[in-house]
Design a protein around this ligand. Structure first.
Ligand code: CA2
Length: 181
């Protein structure tokens, strides 16, 4: 029977030689599973969360969200890194870094969701699992929020559940990358 071209069981072993007498973990053994790092990226104005417009975005701050996600991620055998920037280029650079590091991405690009071809291109180039999140239900708001440049490059979208959208996205991305603790 033919071996798939992309299947190379010796590849890890060659790069990380196993000392004699030590059983090397295989993709099928429990000790092989490394903790997945999930990158949470947040776009413009999301640093204001919890301090302005609570009727739309709630009273939870980004720091509160980060603390909660850190705890929940542990139960999934994952870790999270949360970043926020008001600058489009920062988000593009962080997406590129995630691509190189092999990190899955949860992205709330804020208003750039509706405008940024640069973020769309970066997500496509990164070739990583992406879950798009929004605090508000963008489809129940102005029509200019109904189009997303992120969605076509994402596995799925979660919106409208306030801060809980971020926790639901953690479930979704862990499911996508097979991290179950
Ligand atoms: O609902 C979301 O998560 C949004 O991504 C939030 C963006 C908006 O442009 C998107 O259409 C939907 C706006 C983020 C602004 O965040 C603020 C938070 C608190 C106070 C003021 C702004």
């Amino acid at each position: 029977t033919a071996t798939p071209l992309n299947f190379d069981p010796g590849a890890r072993r060659d790069r990380f030689p196993t000392p004699i007498g030590v059983r090397h973990p295989t993709p099928f053994s429990s000790s092989y599973r490394r903790s997945v790092k999930i990158l949470y990226l947040n776009g413009p104005n999301l640093n204001l969360l919890g301090t302005r417009q609570p009727e739309i975005y709630g009273r939870t701050t980004l720091a509160d969200i980060e603390a909660h996600l850190t705890e929940v991620a542990k139960q999934h055998g994952a870790t999270i890194k949360l970043r926020q920037s008001n600058h489009e280029g920062d988000l593009v650079s962080w997406i590129q870094e995630a691509g190189l590091a092999g990190e899955p991405i949860v992205l709330n690009a804020g208003a750039y969701t509706h405008t940024s071809i640069a973020i769309h291109d970066a997500l496509r180039a990164a070739e990583r699992p992406v879950v798009e999140v929004h605090l508000s239900n963008v489809f129940a708001r102005e029509s200019f929020r109904h189009h997303s440049y992120v969605s076509p490059a994402a596995a799925g979208v979660i919106c409208g559940f306030g801060a809980n959208s971020y926790a639901l996205a953690l479930e979704a991305i862990c499911d996508l990358v097979g991290s179950r603790g």
